[in-house]
Write a protein that binds this ligand. Structure first.
Ligand SMILES: [Zn+2]
Length: 417
């Protein structure tokens, strides 16, 4: 349209309209999505953990929470051979994701019993994983676990070498960065790094933008993890899934010639490093904020997805959010008609099922009314979405093997699409 044909007032009016509509467009990149209001924890005080070394002088035992990912709120001596550790959530109400992590050592070798104490309403959830400076995290053996007076108690052989006792393997934001940095350097033409925003406490929210050639018009798959800090088994699945996509074989070459993958490996870095049970540094459940965008982490991730899709004329076709719960299961959407890949769930699960004859995946297929990522992908893009849940104690070798098959079968289905 040639503006010179307008007379002055009309021209100003037209330019104002263009200006206003551009401002409107750039402000409204992420629209509000209707969902049930979550439990309000906005005004619930955060219980800050005091970082220190607890010195039980008489017993010659010390404990520490002075490291990223630690959670230990108090230590007391019960008797000559027993101590109690108190573990509190960051704030409440909160799910019973009773995460703990501390180091313990003694001046002289000795056997010590450790009781776990939680505030009311909460109970022991995770089997302790033990690690020294030379060993990997390994679940404690059954013979060293007791219920004394209905309290979860463990028996430890202490030495002067610190023993890490943790609810799950500790994978901090630094560990995560070390992992994805290697992925980026080994796949320089495929994996493009971007910091998409900052957490409440200023930690970066990383994204790996994966594509070959020109990303324009490519359908988009979104992968995310660690909205909930202790859900490490889900993160281990996520790592194996991602590494399988990058195996550089024929299947993945075809996949990346057709698709762009936006990967958010750590959505809640503050919660992870602070040893939180579930929430971010504001005491909010991030997977109840998709649609409201009150938290900077969710705001950054959703805005990036929406803007990236818009800029490249790409369509978000699939979203997979990796979590952990008591057992392996998939939360899927009840609505399938009119979605991006209506046949995906049935094809995907039956292919995974066929590979592991002794394993039957549990699926809960319903539209969520809560503001969770799965519902957001469905409502915002009509996209097929899954919350991929791994059991807290599912053997890690199986977690990795299943995620590998899940990635291969996803690529097969999408390559055919
Ligand atoms: Zn979760």
């Amino acid at each position: 349209m040639n503006l010179h044909k307008f007379n002055s007032p009309l021209k100003i009016a037209f330019l104002s309209f263009v200006l206003i509509s551009n401002v409107f467009l750039s402000c409204s990149t992420v629209k509000h999505i209707h969902a049930e209001k979550p439990i309000n924890t906005h005004n619930k005080k955060i219980y800050t953990q005091q970082k220190k070394i607890y010195d039980l002088e008489k017993m010659g035992i010390k404990l520490s929470n002075k490291f990223d990912g630690a959670r230990l709120n108090n230590v007391t001596q019960v008797n000559d051979t027993m101590i109690a550790v108190s573990i509190y959530p960051e704030n409440a109400p909160i799910n019973n994701s009773a995460f703990y992590a501390f180091k313990i050592w003694s001046t002289n070798p000795k056997i010590t019993y450790v009781q776990f104490k939680y505030s009311k309403k909460y109970s022991h959830r995770y089997i302790p994983k033990l690690k020294t400076s030379t060993t990997k995290f390994t679940p404690i053996s059954n013979e060293n676990v007791f219920f004394l007076d209905s309290i979860y108690t463990i028996k430890l052989n202490l030495t002067k070498e610190p023993l890490t006792v943790s609810a799950q393997e500790i994978i901090t934001s630094t560990d995560t960065k070390n992992w994805y940095s290697k992925i980026i350097s080994s796949n320089p033409n495929l994996v493009h790094y971007k910091t998409v925003g900052k957490s409440v406490l200023g930690r970066p929210i990383p994204m790996l933008d994966m594509y070959t050639g020109n990303p324009k018009n490519k359908d988009i798959v979104v992968l995310l993890s660690r909205q909930h800090p202790p859900e490490v088994s889900g993160f281990i699945a996520f790592q194996s899934f991602l590494e399988t996509l990058l195996q550089n074989n024929e299947l993945s070459k075809i996949f990346f010639s057709k698709y762009r993958v936006l990967v958010f490996p750590i959505v809640n870095p503050d919660g992870v490093d602070l040893g939180h049970w579930r929430h971010n540094a504001n005491g909010i459940d991030l997977n109840r904020d998709w649609g409201f965008y009150r938290q900077p982490e969710v705001k950054a991730v959703t805005k990036t997805i929406v803007k990236t899709a818009k800029k490249s004329d790409g369509k978000v076709v699939l979203g997979i959010d990796f979590h952990s719960t008591q057992e392996d299961l998939y939360y899927t959407s009840g609505t399938m008609e009119g979605t991006t890949i209506p046949h995906f769930y049935d094809e995907w699960f039956s292919a995974i099922d066929a590979t592991f004859p002794n394993y039957t995946p549990n699926e809960i297929r319903e539209d969520s009314t809560q503001p969770v990522s799965k519902g957001w992908f469905l409502r915002y893009f009509k996209a097929t979405a899954i919350t991929y849940e791994i059991g807290d104690e599912t053997p890690r070798s199986f977690v990795k093997a299943k995620a590998k098959v899940a990635a291969i079968e996803m690529m097969k289905i999408l390559n055919e699409k």
